[in-house]
Structure formats: structure tokens, C-alpha cells
Design a protein around this ligand. Sequence first.
Ligand SMILES: [Zn+2]
Ligand SMILES: [Zn+2]
Length: 198
Amino acid sequence: MLQVRAGARTRLTEPIHGFRTWTLAGSRDAAEVRLLPIADAGHPWPVREPLRAECAKRRHHRVPALDCTCGIHATTEVDLLRRTRDPAVLGTLAMWGRIAEHEHGFRAEYGYPQRLSLICQLCFWQNGVERSIACEVVIRHRSGRMVPLCTPHLELCERYGYPVPLILDAGIVERSLLDAYAVDVLRFAMARRVEEAR
Ligand SMILES: [Zn+2]
Ligand SMILES: [Zn+2]
């Protein structure tokens, strides 16, 4: 693992890896499924080409700048992502180009997902990745937004009147997502190993 001081900035040609979460959107038949950033309702992540970060504050500097928040964010501690709002997908991200390193992660100039997994956000919030139950279904809202859930949490949503306009098979949505980005599935046990390897 690259040793860089917290707050340092460096330039890399070999990618480094971190964890991040995304929201998910797709077509009614799940033939087209895309990752979207958590923080804003921005553009879908490009498929089969790297994302290049631009300064979100539209400042004129090279991204990521140390005194800014710009860059593609990823963390080295998967549990920190439990605080993210409405996570639908957990994955590992390869990052390269200019990198700003922080105590718990990185901001990068370039990034592309490496491994992806649908997550039940209720399991993830309550129990973390290691004790999450596998997603069986994906609720698709009319806006296109997709919410993966395990069976117990789907039943909970139905009992408490959470809108469930369309229910898709989680396996089909995940396959479509992996095919779109041409990546492999992230197994939760694998997430643990990546963490231990640090
Ligand atoms: Zn900036
Ligand atoms: Zn669940």
C-alpha cells in the first residue's frame, strides 16, 4: 500500500483502491442500470470509461485541490459508508491521476468501479456490511430510482406503507449493472479481506 501522509497530494499511474457507495437508477425492465452519485442527483457514472473529476465548486484549479472538497471520493473504512444517505450499491473503486489522501480515504482525479454489489440499505445502516442479508428484490420508483432490499425489509416496507410501485428481481438488476460497467461482483467476505489486507 502506498504510504502517503494524511493531507498529502500525489500523482499516481498505478491505481489505488477504496470503498464507496452509490445510488442506482434504471429502466423498468432493468435492461439499462446506472450508478449515480450519492451526494447530488448528478449525472450517471459513465460506463466503460473512467470518470474524471471536475471541481464541484467550479473553481479554477486542478482537481483534487487540497483546500477544496473536489475529486472522486472513496474511503478505506467501509463502516464509514453506513452514514451515507440512501446507499443502493457498495463497491470498490480504482483511483488514479492526482490523489489527495485524508485520514479515512482519498479524493482522486480519475476513478472507475472495480467490484460492485447491491446492498439493502436498512441492513447496511443497522448491521454493517458483514451482517447484511443478501438482496432479493429491487424496488423501482417511477422516477427510475432503484432501492435494493432483502426479503425481511421488503416485508417491513410493505407493512408500513412505503411505496412499492414495481418489484424487480435483485439478481437480474445486479447482473445488468455488472454487465453495464463490465466489472465483477463484490462479495461481502471479499470486502472484509480488502480491509484486512491494508
Ligand atoms: Zn475544487
Ligand atoms: Zn435488509
